[in-house]
Design a protein around this ligand. Structure first.
Ligand SMILES: C[S@@+](CC[C@H](N)C(=O)[O-])C[C@H]1O[C@@H](n2cnc3c(N)ncnc32)[C@H](O)[C@@H]1O
Length: 307
């Protein structure tokens, strides 16, 4: 089955290219509120961030088909010692906007993959009560549903083509509320540098579990287009929105548009750059570099003072 993928550079607050009720599944990961390594100071305040997330949740509700599922990969953010309850606030926002809260899966990363500093070390220097700060190796996958799903609506042949491999389901323990999956480290020279991409295994499981072949999957925070790539591989159509047009090359590469390939792909990709697309990545990564060098210098100075 030939599929179609429309990837739009523009703000997801307005998904005017999508008709009401035209999307069967959302798999996405919103920007982590002002996360120091990816989006430093992207939002003026936490309230501004939540307002934006609410307007996008409302637009997602409009484009979702009845009975269908929205999966949000997110996590609380720690900035300068202040913890922001993103998971709780997004849950409330999606419920306020009309979705039912269906499930929560905890994605557990391997221990060696921690990106931010290890807070747990504090107790080794001060082995007393009240010095405990755990290292975070998890993210949350929130699962919401718009109304009730009509199981009778799906034709038998589509059901057959979309059958879940129960051996894979059992073997890789998809049935649990905890999923152990290795994450993508946005290292230097990697395609996903500065994008905070999720591993393909996440959309792979969610697309198989919550959509049928030939349906449409949306990622309103497309990043490097991981969801769209996996949707194409699984015979689903997709839409993507990404505000940062500087990710256009990354998206093209992930969708296989850069390789000169003799074998014809079984999917078509259309890229649209709207007037509200912005240029963010270079500016944000410069900021990350500057912050890192300030922290390094401060540590060096502190070291001198101790000596
Ligand atoms: C956590 S990343 C998504 C990464 C993606 N899941 C992947 O695997 O590459 C969030 C993305 O949302 C984008 N973004 C932020 N605000 C947006 C908005 N209002 N509309 C569309 N995209 C937005 C950011 O530029 C960033 O690329």
């Amino acid at each position: 089955m030939r599929t179609y993928h429309r990837l739009i550079f523009g703000d997801a607050e307005n998904m005017r290219e999508l008709d009401d009720g035209s999307v069967q599944l959302v798999v996405t990961s919103p920007p982590y509120f002002n996360a120091p390594f990816d989006y430093p100071d992207m939002f003026e305040s936490y309230d501004e961030y939540l307002d934006k997330m609410r307007r996008i949740a409302r637009e997602i509700y409009r484009v979702m088909d009845d009975g269908r599922i929205v999966c949000i990969v997110c996590d609380d953010t720690l900035i300068n010692g202040v913890k922001y309850p993103v998971v709780a606030d997004l849950t409330k926002i999606y419920m306020d906007e009309g979705f039912a809260y269906r499930d929560k899966i905890i994605w557990i990363k391997p221990e060696g993959y921690i990106r931010i500093s290890r807070r747990s070390g504090v107790i080794l220097q001060h082995p007393y009560p009240m010095y405990f700060y755990p290292d975070n190796i998890q993210e949350t996958i929130l699962i919401f549903q718009k109304g009730r799903f009509d199981y009778q609506k799906i034709p038998e042949d589509i059901k057959k083509k979309s059958k879940i491999d129960t051996e894979e389901y059992q073997k890789n323990k998809w049935y649990l509320t905890t999923w152990h999956i290795t994450n993508v480290l946005p290292l230097k020279n990697r395609l996903e540098q500065g994008v905070a991409a999720f591993p393909e295994e996440i959309p792979y499981r969610l697309i198989k579990l919550f959509s049928y072949v030939g349906e449409t999957v949306l990622d309103p925070f497309m990043g490097s287009a991981t969801t769209n790539k996996v949707a194409a591989e699984l015979g689903r159509n997709s839409f993507g929105y990404e505000v940062d047009v500087e990710l256009c090359d990354v998206v093209k590469e992930k969708m296989g548009l850069k390789q000169c390939c003799l074998i014809d792909k079984n999917y078509d990709v259309e890229i649209v750059v709207r007037e509200d697309a912005r240029r963010l990545r270079t500016h944000l990564q410069d900021k990350v570099r500057r912050q890192k060098s300030v922290t390094k210098n401060a540590k060096r100075e502190a070291g001198k003072l101790v000596q």
